[in-house]
Write a protein that binds this ligand. Structure first.
Ligand SMILES: [Zn+2]
Length: 484
């Protein structure tokens, strides 16, 4: 049974103190119309193609070490280790007395009071007890204390400890001794910690005593979407995996197989059913997760297609307005991939359902992880005939959909209010309305407002629109240098 810190949490963990010795080292498949063949010119920013905000995977996740308690318990105590904290889905940001805000990265010593007694992973029945033997249900399990996830290692290829992307530059065999692996690490191991269930006064005390706070920084939990306009590209890659994992555990508290509470194992990357714990009362009919593969015990990622529809002459794009969006806000069409569909099927269906138009051609652009809460956005250019009447009455999701010329779109992009700031963008890509954010945008409208307002540049729709408007999308026949 998962036991979270509650009242008196601070007192409870004072027993262990922070004096314990820290380790000294530590297909593109094209739906082809006979007349049109969509091709993208190469605008790649890396060997993998376009690297979006939230993407880039800056950490070597060392997934094969998630099941190693020896490794995990050692790396927690490394002085290099850093923790990103969340409360109710909100990341902890740090604003130094002089400087810009960033994701707070606290040391193990900073958060030690919150972690509970050792061992941190592969815990036994009572706090402070280690799991006995090789019980797979307790493999790197954390059944006491706030949920923690091992996110991976940021390897400093440039030796600066900064925002370099180095994945993977080292090998750490699962067959190596855990202490040797930790000793060989050069970089920053990252964990997430969800303190939502920890007493607020206790969290405040821990944050107030952290090194960053003592150096004058202001530590504050900030809305995740607002954080998008603050944290940089490197941090966004850490934030996206951390927030999705934190959200997954926070909102999936019961076993989908039998309804018992769940706990995390594999360093936060898997759920286990408490009915199967060694000390649980055995029932006549064991939970089905005891046998076979059960994908619902692993984190989910839901695919969404983001569709920018382009005219065959490449001169216009179709943008839609959801009836729940702020006034005058237009964006690419979008929809969740439904069971039994390929991405291409979803694009074709959504175009028809939302705008009543038929798909003539399709080209993949890129994908973007989107941690609100657990999506991967797949960007496509679709081609359709602007002479066809647009109709929004089929699924009645859009209030309006219309074609815009390149000049109109460029004017919006050039306007200071044209692209919504991340914190103001509605949840157009999650299908969820956010009234508070809408109101903010409406209030900001002025007489000098642009012809329409579009999505922020760090979201897939904003990238698709910008790339098209600036001529980085070609509808001509395949040319040398094209991605496909
Ligand atoms: Zn179960």
């Amino acid at each position: 049974m998962t036991t979270l810190l509650g009242a008196g949490g601070c007192t409870y963990y004072e027993e262990t103190g922070i004096t314990q010795a820290l380790l000294s080292t530590a297909t593109s498949r094209m739906i082809r119309h006979p007349l049109y063949k969509l091709q993208l010119r190469s605008y790649a920013t890396s060997t993998k193609g376009h690297t979006h905000y939230f993407a880039g995977a800056p950490l070597n996740r060392l997934a094969w070490l998630r099941t190693s308690p020896a490794f995990l318990n050692a790396v927690v105590l490394s002085p290099a280790t850093r923790w990103v904290l969340f409360s109710e889905g909100k990341p902890l940001l740090s604003t130094p007395s002089a400087g810009t805000s960033a994701l707070a990265r606290l040391s193990t010593q900073d958060v030690r009071l919150l972690l509970g007694p050792e061992p941190f992973f592969s815990q036994g029945r009572r706090a402070g007890e280690a799991a006995e033997g090789n019980v797979k249900e307790l493999e790197a399990a954390r059944v006491h204390g706030p949920p923690a996830v091992f996110l991976g290692l940021h390897e400093h290829a440039d030796g600066t400890g900064g925002a370099s992307r180095a994945l993977p530059s080292s090998e750490f065999s699962a067959k190596k001794d855990a202490a040797a692996v930790v000793a060989q690490m050069h970089g920053t191991p990252y964990f997430s910690l969800d303190v939502s269930a920890v007493e607020e006064a206790c969290v405040s005390e821990v944050l107030g005593n952290s090194e960053e706070a003592r150096n004058g920084a202001k530590l504050e939990f900030v809305d995740g979407r607002a954080a998008m306009s603050i944290i940089d590209q490197f941090e966004s890659g850490i934030f996206s995996v951390a927030r999705t994992l934190v959200d997954w555990s926070a909102r999936n508290k019961f076993c989908a197989g039998c309804g018992s509470p769940v706990y995390t194992l594999w360093a936060g990357w898997k759920h286990g059913c408490t009915s199967l714990l060694p000390w649980a009362e055995k029932s006549e009919k064991p939970c089905p997760t005891a046998k076979a593969l059960n994908n619902y015990m692993h984190p989910r990622t839901d695919p969404v297609v983001i569709i920018l529809t382009v005219s065959p002459d490449n001169g216009k794009i179709l943008l839609g307005r959801n009836r729940n969006w702020p006034k005058n806000f237009y964006s690419a069409l979008a929809g969740f991939v439904e069971p039994g569909e390929s991405h291409e099927d979803t694009v074709e269906r959504e175009l028809w359902e939302e705008a009543g138009i038929k798909l003539l051609g399709l080209k993949y652009h890129s994908t973007q992880p989107w941690p609100f809460p657990a999506n991967v956005m797949a960007g496509y250019y679709a081609i359709a005939d602007p002479a066809e009447p647009v109709r929004t009455d089929l699924d009645n999701e859009l209030e309006d959909a219309r074609w815009y010329t390149r000049e109109e779109v460029l004017a919006v992009l050039a306007h200071s209010d044209g692209a919504a700031a991340a914190k103001q963008a509605p949840k157009w890509d999650s299908g969820v309305e956010d009234t508070a954010q809408h109101e903010e945008v409406v209030i900001r409208q002025t007489q000098n407002e642009p012809p329409f307002k579009g999505p922020p540049p760090n979201a897939m729709a904003g990238v698709l629109i910008s790339d098209w408007a600036h001529g980085r999308v070609s509808l001509s026949e395949k040319q040398d240098g094209d991605l496909v």
